[in-house]
Design a protein around this ligand. Structure first.
Ligand code: SF4
Length: 369
């Protein structure tokens, strides 16, 4: 199938320092990323904080210009688009931010927030037609048309994210990029917003690119996953393949870092030691070698090339074929008790059953009523 979105060797480097007390430096936030996303799929990009996934999302959306490389949407250059071409691309590609509150203008009513993209992308609509369209968009995301007259601060976190989604849908996009779209929400509300995104993706034929660190969200929603470490993609494959047969030591460590209540001594887990190195001074060779239990002299000197097998599973590790998979004692490695609990919440939210939160970050009760 022809890809809808491609990235070719995209790099984003930031210069830092150079002042009186700071040495000059170069942060390679994104360092040679290539992706190919097909229409209608949900593609997740995962990694620790600081790995460059949010920077990459902004480059894909042209909220940031890359240092080099190119992004192509539906055969059109995103990186070089200007004027009308860029405006048309903004119609087709929309972004959902992590914090729905700070991304919504507090002085605008919900009707204005959702209707604003229509003024730009559908200027021929009459006021009545625009109001009808806003009411329709609010219904699509589970809000009521009368909410159009209220302000964002009057809503709960989950409802504000729904407003953000309605605003993103207003221009009739074909692709939506969500940067941690549910991570600021209560777990039970996350389930509803995750399922809303999944339903909209299916019903409207949208392509979703999801930046996330919650592996349960990724497992539940995505068709394919890319794992990033220090600005590079180290593994990429279908969600089932990556969760059931992770090849890269970093992916294994990420999956094994999910707390497993049944694995009391944690003996079956691949441990990830230490902090991610500073992107100002990335290690030579494989950037993961300072934390990898399988590192050899080769890893310390030579960057591992990406190797893609016939099933489309890509791994950038010198030794992935030699590293034995350590079976977990009690549960499959990707299905810890914590992940199973989250997946059960998402499943129940899909069925409309009563949701009992397993953890709470905010009090967002209105969503579950
Ligand atoms: Fe570990 Fe070497 Fe593979 Fe890097 S290339 S992940 S250091 S085994």
């Amino acid at each position: 199938m022809t890809p809808i979105l491609e990235a070719h060797d995209v790099k984003k480097h930031f210069r830092t320092g150079g002042g009186l007390f700071q040495k000059k430096g170069l942060i390679k936030a994104v360092d040679g990323v290539s992706l190919s996303i097909t229409p209608g799929e949900t593609f997740a990009i995962v990694g620790e904080s600081g790995c460059g996934k949010s920077t990459l999302a902004r480059i894909l959306m042209r909220l940031l210009d890359p240092t080099s490389g190119e992004v192509v949407f539906d055969g059109k250059q995103v990186t070089k688009a200007t004027g009308t071409a860029l405006s048309d691309l903004r119609c087709d590609m929309q972004f959902i931010f992590q914090d729905p509150f700070s991304s919504l203008n507090p002085r605008m009513t919900v009707g204005k927030l959702v209707g604003e993209p229509l003024e730009v992308h559908a200027p021929n609509l009459s006021k009545a037609q625009r109001q009808a369209k806003v009411a329709d968009l609010l219904s699509q995301v589970g809000l009521r048309p009368e909410h159009a007259g209220r302000y964002a601060h009057e809503f709960s976190g989950g409802q504000r994210q729904r407003i953000g989604i309605a605003r993103a849908l207003a221009s009739g996009p074909r692709l939506i990029i969500g940067d941690e779209p549910v991570s600021a929400l209560d777990v039970s509300v996350q389930a509803q917003v995750v399922n809303l995104l999944g339903d909209l993706g299916r019903d409207l034929g949208l392509t979703l690119v999801l930046i996330a660190h919650d592996l349960a969200v990724i497992r539940h929603m995505s068709d394919r996953v890319a794992v990033m470490y220090l600005g590079k993609i180290v593994e990429q494959g279908t969600t089932d393949e990556l969760f059931e047969n992770p090849r890269h030591p970093y992916t294994r460590a990420l999956l094994d870092a999910i707390p497993d209540l049944d694995d009391k001594d944690g003996a079956s887990r691949a441990r990830i030691e230490g902090e991610m190195p500073s992107p100002l001074a990335p290690p030579p060779g494989c950037a993961f070698h300072t934390r990898c239990p399988h590192a050899t002299d080769l890893c310390r000197t030579k960057v591992p090339p990406p190797v893609t097998t016939s099933d489309g599973h890509m791994t950038a590790c010198h030794h992935w074929q030699d590293i034995p998979i350590i079976p977990r004692k009690t549960t499959p490695r990707n299905q810890s008790s914590a992940t199973q609990a989250r997946l059960e919440i998402y499943r129940k939210a899909t069925e409309g059953a009563q949701i009992i939160p397993v953890a709470s970050k905010t009090t967002d009760r209105e969503e579950t009523k």
